[in-house]
Write a protein that binds this ligand. Structure first.
Ligand code: SF4
Length: 578
């Protein structure tokens, strides 16, 4: 039923549609199918920024058909970690792919000159993007493509900024202005292919095998989403509600994790943003929640002129990375930094962690004004950070070239390895909750808090004693189930709605009959397939360096024991058999 893969070769300038029912029958869709395609298309040990490295985009069977099934997964070899790259984005992309009739898109090769992809139903064109290359704002590129490409209403526009063009290893891909393939450097992979953007729209329908069953399951899901508390938080303050919550439990990373409590948290809290800056809430299509919080920021346009207005989406991770972790106390400051990331096409978490390391390295004289080109990197100095971000993209000297490689590389070159807050090469998310958070990000497929939510296991452990083994079991269970959810592919904010029975019923209504045990087995299989790729590219859990800072700063659960973390890693490795 869903099995169409569009292969595009930028080197040859052609494309082909292939039925790959074999892959979809085995691994459902989304990340499952994308993993198999990556294994097929990505040569072993390839340079992630070479012509041979592919980009895979995949949706799943529930995409566009059920509420909150809005995500697209991108799979690639990450230039940041040099192993599996997996990133998810909402926005209109899943809807556009479904209505254009593509379940996966594989992009290979490299164009000689800048291009963008223009895909409207069956028409696939590779168009000249010379005039878009070098435009200083990724947001402006979207505005131009909106004017010149058809498909309004069922169209998605994804594009990179200058950071992607210049191969910065944590460059992102902007999706429909307010969503992103944020992590692990997909923007640089686009840039390496001379691929500036992709516009896709579709006007086809989707047939449903058993309409009565579909309607029944649909109503159940809709009622759970809208009429229960399952997703209330996301509609109200959104994830930025976490700022005050994490601060109160001493889990909010502050000034490069020197502290887990920020005395100015209230100022940059979700509550304060909502009171004073929130302009509107948006939703990915076919989501009744609308968790995308957009703030308005007015800044002076230029001396002698009045204001310009910026519309900036914010959430918890951005406020942590560019707020508390840089000691930034003002909401305007945080919004300005987020806006600059959007303009350049930089991932905000990585950028904030790199700047936090640089600030501490500057404090400790590991780097000097000569390296920073006179920019005094100091906590809460928003202007300094904005200038440094511009230089991270322009790369005018060796220091900024190294910053563009990520925080681990920066610490290798200048020192400060024990406060370079990355795990397995990926700059860490905004939690200092306890051991499960650290272990979860190390063992997780994409080294993200979203792989297995270790932070929430720590929160459970704060109210109920959990042994190391129990915590590891919870991580394994969550890893596997999320592999299944990400193959459907639903928004993880709706994960409590899409429980085992609901997933079984939803798939059944589309004619995909699986038992709950079979679904769990597929989740495990997908996890194993992803690790197969990671191992193939050289990843080993035992090679991961854990910065000492994690063990120095009091967390929600008190001081974290290095011995306990090591014990959990050993247990995890034994359970997984690798
Ligand atoms: S909850 Fe938010 S991210 Fe998830 S589908 Fe809805 S609007 Fe998109």
């Amino acid at each position: 039923m869903f099995s169409k893969v569009l292969y595009i070769d930028l080197s040859k300038g052609d494309s082909e549609l292939v039925d790959r029912a074999d892959l979809f029958e085995k691994y459902i869709g989304g990340t499952g199918v994308a993993t198999l395609l990556l294994e097929e298309e990505c040569p072993k040990n390839v340079d992630p920024l070479s012509e041979e490295a592919p980009i895979i985009l995949s949706i799943g069977p529930l995409s566009a058909l059920f509420p909150c099934c809005t995500k697209v997964v991108a799979m690639f070899k990450s230039p940041l970690t040099n192993e599996l790259g997996e990133s998810h984005a909402g926005g209109r992309l899943a809807l556009a792919m479904r209505f254009a009739g593509y379940d996966s898109i594989v992009i290979k090769g490299r164009a000689d000159d800048p291009v963008y992809l223009s895909i409207h139903d069956d028409e696939v064109k590779i168009k000249d993007a010379t005039s878009l290359w070098g435009i200083s704002s990724a947001l402006a590129v979207g505005r131009i493509l909106r004017e010149i490409e058809p498909g309004v209403g069922r169209r998605s526009i994804i594009r990179i900024g200058v950071a992607g063009e210049r191969l910065i290893k944590y460059a992102n891909v902007n999706v429909d202005t307010y969503r992103h393939f944020g992590r692990l450097g997909l923007g640089a992979v686009f840039g390496s292919k001379n691929l500036k953007a992709m516009v896709i729209s579709g006007s086809k329908g989707v047939s449903v095998q058993n309409m009565d069953a579909y309607k029944e399951v649909y109503q159940k899901i809709y009622d759970e989403v809208v009429h229960t508390e399952a997703m209330e938080k996301y509609h109200d303050l959104g994830t930025s509600a976490n700022v005050n919550v994490l601060n109160q439990i001493k889990g909010l990373p502050t000034k490069n994790f020197k502290s887990s409590y920020f005395e100015n948290a209230e100022n940059i809290s979700g509550e304060n943003f909502a009171d004073k800056y929130l302009l509107r809430k948006l939703a990915c299509p076919h989501c009744p929640i609308g968790c995308i919080h957009v703030a308005m920021l007015k800044t002076p346009f230029a001396p002698g002129h009045d204001y310009e207005v910026h519309y900036i989406s914010y959430d918890y991770e951005l406020i942590y990375a560019l707020g508390s972790n840089l000691g930034v106390t003002s909401p305007e400051g945080v919004l300005s930094l987020i806006d600059r990331c959007e303009k350049h096409g930089l991932n905000a978490i990585s950028t904030g962690v790199v700047l936090a390391w640089a600030t501490e390295a500057y404090e400790n004289d590991l780097i000097t004004p000569q390296e920073t080109l006179g920019i005094g990197l100091r906590w809460n100095d928003v202007e300094g950070y904005l200038s440094a971000m511009d230089n991270m993209v322009k790369m005018p000297n060796e220091f900024y070239k190294v910053l563009a490689q990520g925080v681990e590389k920066a610490a290798e070159r200048y020192g400060g390895k024990e406060f370079a807050m990355a795990l397995a090469g990926n700059e860490v998310a905004g939690y200092h909750t306890g051991p499960a958070n650290i272990v979860g990000q190390i063992v997780g497929i994409r080294h993200s808090h979203l792989d297995n939510a270790g932070y929430s296991i720590d929160q459970k452990a704060s109210t109920k004693q959990l042994s190391e083994e129990e915590m590891v079991d919870l991580l394994v269970k969550e890893d596997d189930w999320r592999c299944l959810c990400n193959s459907l592919i639903c928004c993880l904010f709706a994960r409590s709605v899409y429980d085992e029975q609901m997933v079984k019923d939803a798939l059944g209504s589309l004619g995909i009959e699986k038992t709950v045990d079979e679904l769990k087995g597929i989740g495990k299989e997908i996890f194993r397939a992803k690790y197969r790729f990671k191992h193939r590219e050289g990843f080993k859990i035992e090679d991961v360096h854990i910065p000492k800072r994690f063990f120095e700063t009091t967390s929600q659960l008190g001081k974290i024991s290095e011995v306990q973390v090591q014990k959990m890693l050993d247990l995890y490795t034994r359970k997984r058999g690798s």
